[in-house]
Design a protein around this ligand. Structure first.
Ligand code: UT7
Length: 334
């Protein structure tokens, strides 16, 4: 029988510090009204100084394992654009802190599409028999690369982590990951980037104070790509699964901007009441965005067992990915 990867646990964590739109620095020359109407964001969480992506990932991973009900997995895949450090990867430390001795552990950097790329990695590990259970975490500390005075990014991004446990199962089970579409276009690499500290733009001692490590984003251009790429990717998945858009109960898209999510839904012909969103509470949490939207959707009842659910994400790279599954019945644990 064909082996499938089945979502069987879900958890997430947000750092306690809440930053409302009104809490943002006055120098940004923005307003609560502008941010809400242009992005849908009302607040976001920022990690405390000294707190790193691994700290968020461990909290989310612990909750996903508790939801799964068993403490062990064979592999940890960590999707992040904001690892603790350039080397080594962050996943091995996360695995160890979760008590997962000897588990395979590696990072995936596909920016805001990282969770979809991570799902593909986890599915590959399971369907090829390399692993029977995989913990996939999307975790980000974007506050560490945000220029607090850039109004094109500072009000948009937030910190957080979301995680799922996937296990080997059957393709017709609820939670089984369906066809996956992934893609990239490096001609758009300049549109969202953080250069400083990489091998091309090395950081001289003390230079990080000049803000070279800050994220920059050509927002308007990225916006257009986001809608077009996610819509095409979703169509590919629907075609591969031979599923019509009328059969999609829920759309869970990367929470970059509520206007992007709505335009995407319109483009696909999915009514607004079938869209799961949490951007008002968390902002754009990049690789953590989709699993946190899943978690909040389950918690507030907008995502229920048995619903055929389309997942899609888009981000820097440019990168994008989509998949389809029937939402499983999961137990959430704090
Ligand atoms: O997660 C990875 C992928 N990321 C995305 O998909 C993000 C995509 N982009 C976006 O979500 C939006 O482009 C932003 C939210 C970043 C910006 O919204 P926008 O509607 O595209 O604004 P804009 O950059 O076209 O600027 C429109 C106006 C400008 O003023 P003028 O030139 O019309 O006078 C900006 O200066 O809004 C101004 N503006 C702001 N005003 C107050 C831009 N940012 C702000 C701000 N507060 N924060």
């Amino acid at each position: 029988m064909t082996r499938a990867a089945v979502i069987s646990g879900l958890g997430g964590w947000l750092p306690p510090r809440v930053v409302t739109n009104d809490d943002l620095p006055a120098e940004l020359d923005t307003s609560d009204r502008w941010i809400r109407t242009r992005t849908g964001i009302a607040r976001r969480h920022f990690a405390a100084r000294g707190s790193a992506t691994s700290d968020l990932a461990v909290e989310a991973g612990r909750r996903a394992l508790a939801s799964f009900g068993e403490p062990n997995v064979d592999a940890v895949v960590l999707a992040t654009t904001t690892p603790d450090r350039t080397c080594p990867g962050t996943a091995p430390e996360v695995a160890t802190r979760l008590g997962l001795e000897d588990a395979a552990a590696f990072d995936v950097n596909a920016a805001c599409a990282g969770f979809l790329y991570g799902l593909a990695c986890a599915t590959g590990l399971i369907t090829t028999g390399v692993a029977d259970r995989v913990l996939l975490i999307g975790a980000e500390t974007y506050s560490s690369i945000l220029d607090p005075l850039d109004r094109g990014t500072a009000p948009i991004f937030g910190d957080g982590a979301g995680a799922v446990v996937l296990r080997a199962g059957a393709p017709d089970e609820p939670g089984a990951i369906g066809p996956i579409d992934l893609g990239s276009d490096g001609t758009g690499a300049e549109l969202i980037r953080a250069d400083g500290g990489g091998s091309r733009q090395r950081l001289a001692e003390g230079r990080e104070r000049d803000g070279e490590h800050y994220l920059t984003m050509a927002g308007r251009e990225v916006f257009k790509h986001a809608v077009v790429r996610m819509a095409a990717s979703c169509q590919t998945v629907l075609e591969r699964a031979a599923v019509g858009v009328a059969d999609i109960d829920r759309l869970v898209a990367h929470q970059a901007n509520i206007r992007i999510v709505r335009q995407l839904a319109d483009e696909l012909g999915i009514e607004r009441d079938r869209v799961v969103t949490n951007i008002d509470r968390v902002g754009n949490t990049a690789a953590a965005s989709v699993p946190l939207a899943l978690l909040h959707g389950v918690a507030d009842g907008t995502l229920r067992p048995g619903q055929r659910t389309l997942l899609t994400a888009f981000g820097a790279g440019l990168t994008w990915g989509s998949t389809l599954l029937t939402w499983p019945d999961l137990v959430l644990r704090d």
